[in-house]
Design a protein around this ligand. Structure first.
Ligand SMILES: C[S@@+](CC[C@H](N)C(=O)[O-])C[C@H]1O[C@@H](n2cnc3c(N)ncnc32)[C@H](O)[C@@H]1O
Length: 216
């Protein structure tokens, strides 16, 4: 599948070494703590029989876990070639190959070709994309019931950290940039798309939130 300018920087950042390291960690220890919090919050809201759209799913921790927990099928759309390869490898290893579809590319560009799903996830993805509004609006439009997201919280040390990461990337000649988009602006886009927050958790760096479709 072809990709865009965004994928150049992403492939640079999320290369084979990173993908394989994360896959090994997932096999040994399961999802990282914030992903686990998101998965647990989604499971509390009910995942049995649900279809899942995991946008920017990385090595696929969310859909591997939700399929084991009773979700029916999943689709992962991810801009990173190596993450898609690693997620596909783990999907086959888990015996889920006939239940998961993969699309490598910028979700915003491909949104019109992506089917709706009961559960849509954006786990640490919004912070990798410059146009928050298009990403979140298109993701929300695909959600029939729930949307789970992990994004940087609104704190000075987070904004400082993002600036430091970007300065390092710039010095190394990488095109990848991180973004600390405003959580209240993310909330506002989701609300305008008919999704209301039903759960919220916070770490020093991340907001972990689940939104549900009004009148679903
Ligand atoms: C920091 S990684 C997070 C991976 C995984 N969700 C996790 O939390 O471990 C960000 C992911 O978002 C993907 N991504 C960023 N922007 C994207 C976009 N517009 N469309 C699809 N994937 C995107 C990247 O390729 C990468 O897999």
């Amino acid at each position: 599948m072809t990709c865009c300018g965004v994928c150049d920087g992403i492939d640079d950042q999320f290369d084979r070494k990173t993908a394989q390291r994360e896959l090994l960690r997932f096999r040994r220890r399961g999802p990282i703590p914030t992903t686990k919090r998101l998965i647990d919050a989604l499971r509390s809201a009910g995942v049995s029989g649900a279809t899942v759209l995991d946008i920017g799913g990385g090595i696929g921790a969310i859909h591997h876990t939700l399929l084991d927990a009773g979700a029916s099928t999943a689709m992962q759309v991810d801009a990173s070639f190596e993450y898609v390869q690693s997620a596909r490898e783990e999907t086959a290893r888990n015996g889920h190959a006939n239940r998961v579809l993969f699309l490598r590319g910028d979700f915003v560009q491909w949104a019109a070709n992506v089917p709706d799903a009961d559960i849509v996830t954006l786990d640490r993805v919004i912070c990798c994309y410059p146009d928050m509004e298009s990403l979140v609006r298109n993701a929300a439009a695909k959600s029939l019931r729930l949307l789970g997201a992990v994004y940087p919280r609104d704190a000075w040390w987070v904004r400082f950290g993002v600036r430091a990461i970007n300065a390092t990337r710039r010095m190394r000649g990488s095109k990848f940039r991180a973004y600390a988009h405003s959580p209240s602006a993310i909330d506002a886009v989701l609300r305008s798309q008919g999704l209301d927050r039903i759960s919220a958790q916070r770490t020093w760096v991340w907001d972990v939130a689940v939104f549900a479709r009004r009148n679903a």
